[in-house]
Design a binder for this molecule. Structure first.
Ligand code: GTR
Length: 435
């Protein structure tokens, strides 16, 4: 793997990119949250009120998508490349002790076999009478980390990371297969299978490596994005490319008769939760969204200025968002949108937001308010949304079409989180479709 840019290079890029001194310090005390005003998802830019689902669909939804693309995530190239194609590269009908079928699929984004490509790993439960609904999400460190199953191809290039701190490990770290399954607890694949769902995942690195120079390679290069500093102000960043890849994985799922492409729940944790949020907002083929501790740029309100702020995230992760997002560094009041409107773009599809009390950086209350602020749009569709006025106590899942919980513990995805999500999906995704 190309090494990450050194700290001096990053500092230089930051100075060029933001032209600012250090961001204002983060607030993690609720009483210090400054007053703020949220934009109303039900008022169009020209002042027209949105009173029905038809106006939302025809006017306000496209307008909000455009605002998020221009000001925050950057623009996504339309559709899929004409030469995109795929092949199943491995198939085992007796995986996970015979309970599942494991499939590996390579999706090439161009006609070239050595061009940008994504490796999709799929487990589907055996013995079902109908194609199962699917949980689809990107992983941080390679498909072989999501389960200890020795049949999973080791991610290429094989990169060792410091799993606890989400950093590459030192270059001389010995290459062994010990990384198999290091994130298995975050994925709970056996449980997901046992509850009657398939699970599909790909490594975010296939689409866009998570490092400063990544916009010059992989999928961003395919669309001639330019470097993090040279690209257009409204060009996408890594989050946009990751979201795009989730839609391309769904393109494959639509072609696979063994999977129910009409019931795909897209999910993601933290930075990959932000990507899942943006993917589900743009691509209405996703039937449900699960946003695990997606924080700033995800489910949490930016204007609360609590935990990670716009300036902090743009400083450290200058290649995640559009350059335009930097205009709101320590200037959140000027943002014409906020994240409750991103959550509203999921309506009327089921949405689940999960927080962790030990993860104040992601702003649990801001994530709850992001979900809560989407409710007026769900109501336009006759959906109840969260159904509670106040943030629930710890470990108390709430909600109808919008689900939410705040778990005790650190920044993570746990068996508890999955248990809540699977209960919610059972009610919301597996229910008979309304005709
Ligand atoms: C942090 C970042 C968060 C979140 C997190 C993660 O460093 O500040 O926005 O994305 O990484 O992805 O684990």
């Amino acid at each position: 793997m190309t090494p990450r840019p050194c700290l001096i290079c990053v500092a230089a890029l930051l100075a060029v990119g933001t032209g600012r001194a250090a961001p204002a310090p983060a607030i993690t005390v609720e009483s210090q949250v400054p007053p703020y005003t949220l934009p109303d998802p039900l008022v169009c830019a020209d002042g027209t009120p949105v009173r029905d689902a038809a106006t939302w669909r025809a006017k306000r939804r496209p307008e909000l998508l455009e605002l998020f693309a221009e000001h925050e995530y950057g623009r996504t190239p339309a559709g899929r490349p004409a030469a995109m194609h795929w092949a199943v590269t491995s198939l085992d009908r007796a995986a996970l002790g015979g309970k599942a079928t494991r499939k590996e699929v390579t999706i090439w984004f161009t006609a070239k076999s050595d061009g940008p490509q994504m490796h999709l790993l799929i487990y589907q439960p055996n013995g079902l009478r109908a194609p199962p609904p699917v949980f689809l999400g990107l992983n941080f460190f390679g498909n072989h980390t999501v389960n200890a199953d020795p049949g999973i191809a080791l991610a290429q290039p094989f990169v060792f990371y410091d799993v606890e701190h989400y950093r590459p490990a030192p270059a001389d770290t010995p290459v062994t297969s010990e990384q198999r399954g290091v994130h298995a607890a975050k994925w709970q694949i056996e449980t997901v299978i046992a509850r009657g769902y398939a699970t599909a995942t790909a490594w975010c690195n296939d689409l866009c490596p998570d490092r400063g120079d990544s916009l010059l390679g992989a999928v961003p290069a395919l669309f001639a994005t330019g470097s993090s500093e040279d690209r257009k102000d409204d060009a996408w960043g890594a989050l946009g490319a990751w979201a795009w890849g989730l839609s391309r994985a769904l393109d494959y799922i639509e072609s696979d008769p063994e999977l129910d492409a009409k019931r795909v729940a897209v999910h993601g944790f933290s930075r990959l939760g932000k990507a899942a949020d943006w993917a589900a907002a743009q691509d209405e083929r996703f039937a449900m969204l699960v946003s695990f501790e997606s924080g700033q740029g995800g489910a949490a309100l930016s204007k609360r200025f609590y935990g990670e702020t716009v300036a902090i995230i743009n400083g450290k992760f200058f290649y995640w968002f559009a350059k335009n997002f930097r205009r709101y560094n320590d200037n959140e009041a000027a943002l014409p949108i906020d994240q409750h409107e991103l959550m509203a773009l999921i309506a009327p599809r089921p949405l689940y937001v999960s927080s962790a009390d030990g993860d104040q950086w992601s702003d649990p209350r801001g994530e709850f308010l992001g979900a809560k602020g989407a409710e007026p749009v769900y109501r336009l569709f006759g959906e109840a949304g969260l159904g509670v006025e106040e943030m629930p106590g710890l470990n108390t899942p709430v909600g109808d079409t919008i689900g939410y919980h705040d778990r005790t513990g650190k920044h993570d995805v746990t068996d508890y989180d999955w248990a809540c999500v699977l209960d919610f999906a059972g009610r919301q995704l597996k229910r008979e479709k309304k005709s």
